[in-house]
Design a protein around this ligand. Sequence first.
Ligand code: PLP
Length: 451
Amino acid sequence: MSAKKIYERPIVTKNQAGFMNKFGSSSLVKPKVEIDGVLVKDLVQKWGSPLFVISEKQIRSNQRNALRIFKSRYPKVQFAWSYKTNYLKAVCAVFHSEGSWAEVVSEFEYQKARRLGISGENIIFNGPDKSENALLTAIKENAKIHIDHYDELYKLLEITEANNLKANVAIRVNMDVGVYPKWDRFGFNYENGEAWQALKRIVISKNLNLIGLHTHIGTYMMSADAYKIATNKLVDLAKGLKNNFNINLEYIDLGGGFASHNTLLGQYLPAEEVVPSMDQFADAISSGLIELSGSLDELPTLVLETGRALIDDAGYLISKVIANKRLSTGKRAVIIDAGVNILFTSFWYKHKIHPANETGVHTEDTAIYGPLCMNIDCIRDSIIFPNVKKDDLLVIDYVGAYNVTQWMQFITMRPNVVMIMQDGTVELIRKSEDIDYIEQLEILPSSLKNR
Ligand SMILES: *Cc1c(COP(=O)(O)O)cnc(C)c1O
């Protein structure tokens, strides 16, 4: 028996049929039927919707590519995976198996790295909030502690002196790199001499072993030149250490922040056209480092804490269409089962969205909303999109960075996360939550029971 057609009030709207839009790019949205050779509909059949999908192959290819690009310009390069960008065990394990260290910004992340078997000396411990306990563990395990402020420096001096220990440290440096607003809340300032003062205090301590310099100039940086300025400033400090104290640093750490290929909300042109390539970032940094003279042995290792640029395009979010509706203006709205609570990055990015099946060629300006009962739950407020039906599947691109760390449980449960392995098999890497999981931490006072 065929389903009875449901009456829908007709509305006259302007359809676009595959021509160039006014920005010169084709408005045709290509369907994305499979990810790494696995059918989207099969993924949802087995693991449900919404569903985060991560490609092992893409992570490895991104990491290898970046390492190759940097190594061809500067011989000593070490990546350290930025845990806060995506700290699912499986994701971190892929990066570690490519040779990356761990870059952590909290005690929790430090513990996660240790549990994955990363030794202290391969952990970079960043962040403004390191408890005394966390510092003591990090010192004992020979982690690389990046000092953020004077109070932390004094705390480290106290702990190491009291326990007769030696800590491996670097300082985080903030500076003017020509990008505004300046990121000056983390680390010691370069221009006003604070960084140099802090270095001098470290150098005269018997308990602190100065091994590196660190900066992280911002995130989603669209200027390669900013990295050149940052490198020059760190190189200047490194030369000062060499000339004044005969110290050869083990490494210079330029942090993360390379923009990924997601387009920002306010950005006019697609990211692919405006974001510098990895080669340009590498040129900028290596041209600064080359100013350090010395034998290969003496040259510091370049450390990079690249996050989003290595993972964004390895992550997808599959979502199902719940309903189509018309707004009061006549504009089409599509409601999907993934909201901003699991796709935090939709507050910054114009995420690319594809239907998972063939659609007609007619497209129209559409708003795509999530399922939350909140006005802010908007995935795209305006996207030229083909007609999709209830229960159709959509694939949201470039969601690998920051979503599965910043997502929040709100009204619904966080969904399954799967990884498509290199060999094409699919592994569940984080189970969807259920009500028992959520409620296991709640306590109902006995005076409120059985009311
Ligand atoms: C967040 C962060 C990173 C990673 O930044 P991306 O923009 O994701 O590359 C690296 N280092 C530090 C210190 C960070 O806080």
